[in-house]
Structures are given as C-alpha cells and as structure tokens.
Design a protein around this ligand. Sequence first.
Ligand code: PEP
Ligand code: MN
Length: 336
Amino acid sequence: MIIQLQQGIPAEQKEVILQEVKRVGFKANEVKTQEAHYIVGIGKKDFDIRTLGQLPGVADIHRVSDEYKLISRKWRVNPTLIDLGDGVVIGEGNFSIMAGPCSIESERQIELVVEHLKANNVKIMRGGVFKPRSSPYAFRGMGLEGLHMFHQLCSANGIKIITEVMQVSQIEDMVDYVDVFQVGARNSQNFNLLDSLGEAQKPVLLKRGISGTLEELLQAAEYIFSNGNEKIMLCERGIRSYENAYRNVLDLNAVPVLKAKTHLPVIVDPSHGIGLRDYVEPMSLAAVMAGADGVIYETHQKPEEAFSDGQQTVNFQESERLIRRMRQAFELRESF
Ligand code: PEP
Ligand code: MN
C-alpha cells in the first residue's frame, strides 16, 4: 500500500497514520522525495482501505500488490516526465535522442560531436568518462578532467550531459557537471550506488543488468525512488544469451511490458543491444515502434578510431540519417 501525505502534514497527524498502518498489520516505510512525502506499507493483510484513507493528512492511498511500489503504474497511472531544463523534457509524448561517443576522448572530439548534435537539433550528449571495461588494460576513461571539459563545452552550447557513474564516491564530484547520471549494466544492482543516487536528486538513467530480469530492474529503480529521487528512466540495453552472432540480444519485448508495469520513461540503447553498427538503425526504428520514449546510441567522427566500442558506433552521416528516420517513425507512431 502507498499513502501520499498532504504537503506539510503536521507531525501528530503523520504519527496517527503511521500507528494505523502498523495496527492493520503493515510495516511502515517513510519516503520523502523532491516531489512528495509517502508512507509505503509492506504487508499482505486484508483490511478496509477507507479507514486509513479518511484520516486527516492523507492525500491519496492505493493498494499496490507488486514487489516494487512507488514506481508501479498501479500507484501512478500518469507517466513521469523528467525535465532537464531549457525545454528538454523526457517521457511520454516526447521522443528523446541521446547520442555521443562511448568514451570522451579529447576536447576536439567533444567539439565535433557537439557540432553534429546541434546541426541535428539533438539536445542530449552521451559519453563516458569512467568506463567499465572487461579488461583492466583497456582505456578506462578520462575521469573528472574529461567530465569538466565535457561539461564546459556542452553547457556553452545548450547541450545536456548524460554520463556513467560507477561508484558512490564519484557522485559528489560529478553531481554539478552532469544532467543525467547513467548507471551501467554492470552496476544495475549495486544497491549502495542506487541508494546514494536516490539522495543525489539528479535524474538517473538506469540500465538493465547483463543478465537482469525486468523484475530486478524495476526493484533497482525502486531503490532510487525510495531514497528520495523520482527522476528515473529505465534503459533496455540487451541481455546475454547463447546467441553469439551479435554482442547482446536487444530485448524489445521489454519496452511495452515495462511501459505497462511502471510510469517511468523507457529508453533503448541499440548500440550495446546489438553491438554492430550496421544494425543500429533498424533496431532503433524497431525501438521507436515498440513504444520507447527515447534512444541512446553511440556516434563518433571516426568510429574505426574510437577508443572503445567502435564496432557498434555509427559515423555522423549514419547518425544524421538515423535521427531523421527515428523522428519520422515517431511521428508515424504518434499518428496511430
Ligand atoms: C556505455 O553506455 O558505454 C556502457 C558501458 O553501457 P552498458 O553499461 O550498457 O554496457
Ligand atoms: Mn559503449
């Protein structure tokens, strides 16, 4: 059960509600986010919800039988919109394109990508400065120095930044320089990181784990929300299977299923999802048609020279066509 409390509820009223939640056999968890104040009741007992609903200070109450609660569509029917400022809004009715290199490599590279994004009216640039790599000897990113450069060039050009955070200790140093924190597939169930991002208040794009179920992804998002941050989007980026003709299996089934289960925006990453640049476009178009709220993909001025993930990175010409076609597909979808 979820109870939304009225804004500025007096402590005595809240205490009465907490006592009543316990009396009907539920464990009460208090959650305060940037938007509202809730009590999440955990339990299975049957009781008349009206006894709680009529208490002073209750703004709204619902039963939510899912394991995850606050991110469930059973609690909130209206889709969540994430406002990054300057007219950049992610979620229902908008199709968000986030593009850029796998890794931030140099000032010149950022300038070229920014120029490409601006020419195509793309408002969000991706690029990792802390890179999770399978080999410890591979390029692991430019770190904070790269982030500062990334931020300087993007903010001067009205472009928002999404970049991966790998550990709790990085959040404080990164928070003023990012618009969206990315949680990578390998950290999808790093619960300490998720807790801390709940407190950090900046929007979070949470990727599905390499072998993660949708239930695990949703529960991971619940960690962030229940720690105080409602600005979450989910990302399907492909899962591991026995198939080795491509890097991962982009599970587009996840898009309509997640959209039905949660009010959070759903983004698709076709680059990591298939891992082969020639097929990024068809899978992106399929993602649009499946109902995605946006796509995040890798582009680079010279993919064959990229420091990481060049094999799945499209060049600017391919990127331009991709952007045009995704927008056409989105218009078509909206016209259905
Ligand atoms: C990335 O976005 O470059 C990345 C490392 O993604 P993932 O966590 O999905 O592998
Ligand atoms: Mn990558």
